[in-house]
Write a protein that binds this ligand. Structure first.
Ligand SMILES: Nc1nc2c(c(=O)[nH]1)N[C@@H](CN(C=O)c1ccc(C(=O)N[C@@H](CCC(=O)O)C(=O)O)cc1)CN2
Length: 298
């Protein structure tokens, strides 16, 4: 199989992180301090521990200050909110991220509501969601922002394209649809109650799959020449002789690749963009808080 149509998210993210690091140097020269990102992890979910570790490493590599808080699983919600309030008031902190999922005794929405929207580099606060919806400058959630960057890199102008977003989560599906609408796409949001999903997808020039179901989108659903962005990260049960199951996306990659003009793999597609866009949002937050003009290219 030719690999010309495979979108290398890892390489794109590495390039973006390099450009961010260059702008961090300018920020330090103008403000006399580093942009700061605080990451809060509650509990010991193994995947979240890996993601938080990767965020710390990427933050430091970009020349930013990393503040990490690891709280025990049984932390009271009031104590987490007290930490968020301290970080809201901390001048060294430009961005705050509370790693999701939170333990089941906590209410994600109530915690996110306590973030200062100016430091909400995840773009999850309702103020940022609302700004995005009405077309104002907002922090946009990192995963859909990364998907949009990959799409524009491949397609240039997205105006007039038929885009289907599969999934309606607040973190990916809804903001993705808003971003595509802002690029003048004709947007359909499909979800678990959508009828004839295969037919809906067959009409799309752009498909963003964010349902969390392994290989649900089949190759014969893809129109020839469509661009496919796979947000899913699903681990299959280990096959015989394997200790760990393979990671796959929401799209049956090999069959979809035959039809698509471009497609993201899993791993190595959208995932690396999530962390690069977190750094991008933190950089923008730092420039805004220091009252400096936004650096070129961001
Ligand atoms: N507060 C937040 N919580 C969560 C977010 C988020 O954006 N903000 N997103 C996800 C997890 N996540 C970052 O936090 C994340 C997920 C996946 C990747 C990634 O690079 N994946 C790799 C594969 C990794 C593997 O081998 O397991 C890839 O796709 O290539 C980065 C970040 C939920 N929580």
């Amino acid at each position: 199989m030719s690999t010309d149509n495979i979108i290398d998210g890892k390489a794109f993210a590495a390039d973006l992180r390099g450009r961010i690091a260059a702008s961090v140097l300018d920020f330090v020269a103008h403000s006399g301090r580093k942009p700061g990102l605080a990451v809060v992890l509650v509990g010991d979910d193994p995947a979240s521990q890996v993601y938080v570790g990767s965020k710390k490493k990427a933050t430091i590599e970009a020349g930013m200050a990393s503040f990490e808080y690891r709280l025990p699983e049984d932390t009271a919600q009031a104590d987490l909110i007290a930490l968020v309030e301290r970080l809201n008031a901390d001048e060294q902190v430009d961005g705050i991220l509370v790693q999701l999922p939170l333990p089941s005794h906590m209410d994600d929405k109530a915690v996110i509501a306590e973030l200062d929207p100016a430091k909400d580099v995840d773009g999850f606060h309702v103020v940022n969601a609302g700004r995005l919806a009405v077309g104002e400058d907002a922090f946009v959630p990192c995963t859909p922002l990364g998907c949009l960057m990959l799409l524009k890199d491949r397609l240039g102008d997205l105006s007039g394209k038929n885009a289907v977003v599969i999934g309606r989560s607040n973190i990916v599906g809804k903001p993705m649809a808003q971003l595509l609408l802002a690029e003048n796409c004709t947007v359909t949001i499909a979800h678990s109650r959508t009828q004839d999903l295969a037919d809906v997808v067959r009409r799309a020039d752009i498909i963003v799959a964010a349902v969390g179901r392994a290989e649900m989108v089949k190759g014969d659903w893809i129109k020839d020449g469509a661009v496919v962005i796979d947000v899913g990260i699903n681990r299959l049960a280990p096959a015989e002789g394997e200790t760990k199951g393979r990671l796959v996306g929401d799209v049956a990659f090999a069959e979809a690749a035959v039809h698509s003009a471009a497609i993201t793999p899993v791993p190595g597609g959208v995932g690396p963009m999530t962390i690069a866009c977190l750094l991008r949002n933190t950089l923008v937050a730092a420039y805004r808080r220091a009252d400096l003009p936004r650096p070129k290219g961001f």
